[in-house]
Structures are given as structure tokens and as C-alpha cells.
Design a protein around this ligand. Structure first.
Ligand code: FES
Ligand code: FE2
Length: 345
């Protein structure tokens, strides 16, 4: 299945991109990223126009990137600006693709499609990052699975009961509460545990083990796979504004059809300056995503072979699958709109 191209994908965290070359394959295209001396983030095709050596094996010289093989130098627009050989003339075709980037909320977003239609107004906002009201920890993991298998995982949080010991509840899995979506491109998946005792996670965060509360896990999905999870717990029947809030971003960018870059960040609106808590939350996040979700999703990809189209295998669907099925339908609609000549099942 092709990828949606006219969309903003997370290419990295802002802090990752500096004066050291970062090579990352995105939507099957090798990309090299760096910052100019004035701090502007740049993304170029990671393939020299000469003999196709990866430019990420070269080095930065000021604001130009020198190929590590025969020394052609490219500027931030991808134009070759120096040929050190012969009469130094630069062949007209000596240019590599440059990608449009935008930085928001500590995330470097990349537009992989037609640059003319790159609308920065379509970038989803994550205002909790960088806000003094929140403290955040962030992580990255490569996953050997199609990005939509990971969206499925994140849109059906009943799996927490079985896959994540820290999220297990004596009263059973969270209840999926169907809701209508506010616009045709957004899916909400709401999972609630009303009037229940806290699981180990909320006990760790200080919620008394013997006190009932309302616990929510509400995932917002936008195409292609940009998600924000609203996690919180309040006293029974109290408004969400009274409890603690742990908004967690899950940003999935396909590397290939069967591999994905998974960027996540967990914020909190309490004990913001507690460094020890930040460290513990980072460890918890890494353990849950790397050691519990990732192996299951990768095993699922092995089980279904190399396909990137789960629904073609006619899986049994449960009521809790409706958000992920809606998300997959939106992806298909957007693909058909964007690439009408493509064969999309
Ligand atoms: S491959 Fe880059 S200069 Fe030759
Ligand atoms: Fe999970």
C-alpha cells in the first residue's frame, strides 16, 4: 500500500538535529538532516547526485554538506555549489531533493509530498511540550512493523490489561466508550475506568490504593498516525480539570512498509521540577513501549508475513476495533484523494 505523502510526519525531536548529520529513512526515502550555523533545520535526500553515495557519510562545511566520496558540496536547498574537480564547473543536474521542514513544540516535522501544498497550518499541536505548566520526557524506538499495526495498538487500549502489568486492573479491562468524532479526519478512542481503584501506575503517581477514582485514557488520532493520549484520574464523578493530567504524544512515521519510527513523549502537570520522577517516568515509558508493546507488535507483523494490509487478511473484529478501523478507512480515503491513479484496495 502506498504512503500518504501530503502530510506532516515527525522526522525527529528538535534536540536530535544539530551539527551532526542524522540519517533516517522516511517513507522508503533516505534523508539526511542537520542544522545550518544559524540554527535552521535542513533535510536533504541522503544520496549524492554523482555516484549516489549517502551524503550522511560526508561532513558539514559551514552551511554546505560535502559528500564523503568525491567532495561535491551541496547547500541547504540541495543545489551543488562546489565541484572540486577539473574546471570546477557544476553540472546542472548536480542537485539533490530538499524537503520542507517545520519545527513546532520541539518536534521537527517533514513534508514528504508536493512542496507547493505544504500547509504549516495542518501541523497538529502539542502545546504541552515546552509549556511551563508541564514537564515532559521523550523517547524514540524503531519498530519492525507497519505503522498501522502500531496505530491499532494505540487505538485499542484494552490491551493494557493483558500486555502491561502496570496497567492491569482488578475490575477488568477498561471500558470502550464509543463517541462521535468531531471532524472527518479525527478519530477519538475513549477508554474509561469509572469508579475503580487505581492500577499500579496511578498508585505509583500517588493515588491511594484504597480510593476509588475515575480513570481515563482517551486517544486522539489524526492521519497518517499522529496521536495524543489524554491520561488522567480524578475523584469519582469530578470534572477532569480537577485531576492530574498526563498527555502523551505518539508520533509514528513509516520507515518502510514493515518498519516504523516511533516517537513518544509523556508530559505531566504536577511535580514538574521533580527530576527523580522524570527519570522514573522515562524508565516506565521505555519499559512499557520497548519491552511490552514492541515485541508483541513485531511478533504480530511476523505472524502476518510481509503484508502491510491487515484488513485484507479478514481479521475478526471486536467493538473495540472500531476506532482503528475508522482510522484505516480515513487513511484509504486520503490515499485515494491524493493518489487517484494508485491501486488502493
Ligand atoms: S558520490 Fe558524492 S561526490 Fe561522488
Ligand atoms: Fe501498550
Amino acid at each position: 500500500m502506498p504512503f500518504i505523502r501530503n502530510a506532516w510526519y515527525a522526522a525527529g525531536w528538535s534536540r536530535e538535529i544539530g551539527r551532526k548529520l542524522v540519517a533516517r529513512t522516511l517513507l522508503n526515502e533516505p534523508v539526511v538532516m542537520f542544522r545550518t550555523e544559524s540554527g535552521q533545520a535542513v533535510a536533504l535526500a541522503d544520496r549524492c547526485a554523482h555516484r549516489f553515495a549517502p551524503l550522511s557519510r560526508g561532513q558539514l562545511k559551514g552551511d554546505t554538506l560535502e559528500c564523503g566520496y568525491h567532495g561535491l558540496c551541496y547547500d541547504a536547498t540541495g543545489a551543488c555549489v562546489l565541484n572540486p574537480h577539473g574546471d570546477h564547473s557544476v553540472p546542472r543536474a548536480a542537485r539533490v531533493k530538499s524537503y520542507k521542514l517545520a519545527e513546532r513544540d520541539g518536534i521537527v516535522w517533514i513534508w514528504m509530498g508536493d512542496p507547493a501544498s505544504a500547509d504549516e497550518g495542518r501541523i497538529r499541536q502539542f502545546p504541552q511540550f515546552g509549556s511551563p505548566a508541564f514537564a515532559s520526557v521523550e523517547g524514540y524506538l524503531p519498530v519492525k512493523a507497519n505503522y498501522q499495526l502500531i496505530s491499532d495498538n494505540l487505538l485499542d487500549l484494552t490491551h493494557g490489561q493483558y500486555l502491561h502489568p502496570m496497567f492491569t486492573n482488578p475490575a477488568g479491562p477498561a471500558t470502550f466508550e464509543p463517541s462521535s468524532d468531531p471532524d472527518p479526519d479525527t478519530v477519538w478512542a475513549r477508554f474509561m475506568r469509572r469508579s475503580q481503584y487505581p492500577n499500579k501506575y496511578f498508585q505509583f503517581l500517588g493515588f491511594p490504593a484504597d480510593k476509588l477514582g475515575d480513570h481515563r485514557n482517551c486517544m486522539r488520532w489524526n492521519a497518517p498516525a499522529v496521536m495524543l493520549l489524554d491520561v488522567g484520574m480524578t475523584d469519582v464523578g469530578r470534572p477532569e480539570s480537577e485531576g492530574i493530567s498526563i498527555p502523551t504524544a505518539h508520533l509514528l512515521t513509516p520507515e518502510t512498509e514493515t518498519t516504523t519510527h516511533y516517537f513518544w513523549a509523556m508530559s505531566r502537570d504536577f511535580k514538574q521540577s521533580d527530576e527523580a520522577l522524570s527519570k522514573q517516568l522515562l524508565e516506565i515509558g521505555v519499559n512499557i513501549f520497548n519491552n511490552e508493546d514492541k515485541p508483541m507488535i513485531e511478533a504480530q507483523q511476523v505472524a502476518i508475513g510481509n503484508t502491510d494490509d491487515l484488513l485484507s487478511l479478514k481479521p475478526v473484529l471486536l467493538a473495540t476495533d472500531s476506532p482503528s478501523v475508522r482510522a484505516r478507512r480515513i487513511v484509504l480515503r486520503l490515499l485515494r484523494e491524493e493518489q487517484p491513479s494508485m491501486q488502493v484496495a
